[in-house]
Design a protein around this ligand. Structure first.
Ligand SMILES: CC(C)(COP(=O)(O)OP(=O)(O)OC[C@H]1O[C@@H](n2cnc3c(N)ncnc32)[C@H](O)[C@@H]1OP(=O)(O)O)[C@@H](O)C(=O)NCCC(=O)NCCS
Length: 211
C-alpha cells in the first residue's frame, strides 16, 4: 500500500491544497485532472480523466484528497473515491488555529490563517479558506465553502453545498440553508432559505434555484 496522496483536481485550488498537504509532511503522488489541464500542477504530475481514480487505486494508492472548488462536484468525486476504497485525508494548514473541541469531518481543507473555535463542527469536504473565522458552536455543512476572510459568528448553521463569498460576514444564531450563495462582502443578518443567492449589506435575495 502506498502512503502518498492522490489529489483530485489540478487547478488553483489544488495548488493551495498540495502545499497544505506538504506543510503537514505528506507527499502528493499525482493530481487527477479533467479536460484541458496542464501536465503538472505545481511539480505534481497530472493524469487526465476520472478513470485514473480507479487505476491509481489498483496501483496501491489509498489516500485521496478532492481539491475542487465546485461544492457538488467535490462531493460526487469524493463519493466515487470512497466507493473504490480510498480514505479521504484532511488538508489543514499548520498556520490555522483549530480548537481542540472542534470536530472536523473527512476531506476537509483549512487554509492558513483560518480560525475554528470551540465546539464548532465542520462537515466532510468543507473548505475553510484563507483567513476565514468560524466561531464557537457553528455547524458547517458537507462540502460547504467559506471563502477567504469570511467571519462567521457563534452558533451559525450553514447547510450542505453552501458558499459564502470572499469577505462575507454572518451574525450569531443565523441559519443558512443548503446550496445558498452569499455574494462577496455580504452581511447576513437573518436566516436564508435553501437555494437562495443573496448579496449586499444586509444580504438580500437576488435569485433562488429550486433544483
Ligand atoms: C453573488 C455572485 C455569485 C453573483 O453572481 P451572478 O449570479 O453571476 O450575478 P450577477 O453578476 O449577474 O449579479 C446580479 C446582481 O447582483 C449584484 N451583485 C453581484 N454580486 C454582488 C455582491 N457580491 N455584492 C453586491 N451586489 C452584487 C450585481 O451588481 C447585479 O446587480 P444588478 O442586477 O442591479 O445589475 C457573485 O457576484 C459573487 O459575489 N461571487 C463571489 C465570488 C467569490 O467570493 N469567490 C471566492 C473564491 S475563493
Amino acid at each position: 500500500m502506498r502512503s502518498e496522496i492522490v489529489v483530485v483536481g489540478a487547478g488553483g485550488h489544488a495548488k493551495v491544497c498540495i502545499e497544505l498537504l506538504r506543510a503537514m509532511g505528506e507527499k502528493v503522488a499525482y493530481c487527477v485532472g479533467a479536460g484541458d489541464v496542464p501536465d503538472h500542477c505545481l511539480d505534481v504530475p497530472v493524469v487526465n480523466g476520472d478513470e485514473h481514480i480507479a487505476l491509481l487505486r489498483r496501483e496501491g494508492y489509498s489516500r485521496l484528497f478532492v481539491a475542487i472548488g465546485a461544492n457538488g462536484l467535490r462531493d460526487r468525486l469524493a463519493t466515487l473515491a470512497l466507493s473504490q476504497g480510498y480514505s479521504l485525508v484532511n488538508a489543514i494548514s499548520p498556520k490555522a488555529v483549530v480548537s481542540p473541541s472542534a470536530t472536523l469531518g473527512a476531506g476537509v481543507a483549512v487554509m492558513a490563517g483560518a480560525v475554528i473555535n470551540a465546539d464548532a463542527v465542520i462537515g466532510d469536504l468543507a473548505i475553510i479558506n484563507t483567513g476565514a473565522t468560524i466561531d464557537h458552536d457553528c455547524q458547517i455543512g458537507v462540502a460547504a465553502h467559506i471563502a477567504p476572510q469570511c467571519a462567521v459568528a457563534g452558533n451559525v448553521v450553514i447547510g450542505k453545498y453552501s458558499f459564502l463569498g470572499i469577505g462575507s460576514r454572518v451574525i450569531p444564531e443565523v441559519e443558512i440553508g443548503e446550496r445558498v450563495t452569499i455574494g462577496a462582502g455580504g452581511v447576513v443578518i437573518a436566516n436564508i432559505e435553501a437555494g437562495v443567492t443573496a448579496v449586499g449589506v444586509p444580504a438580500r435575495n437576488i435569485k433562488i434555484n429550486r433544483t
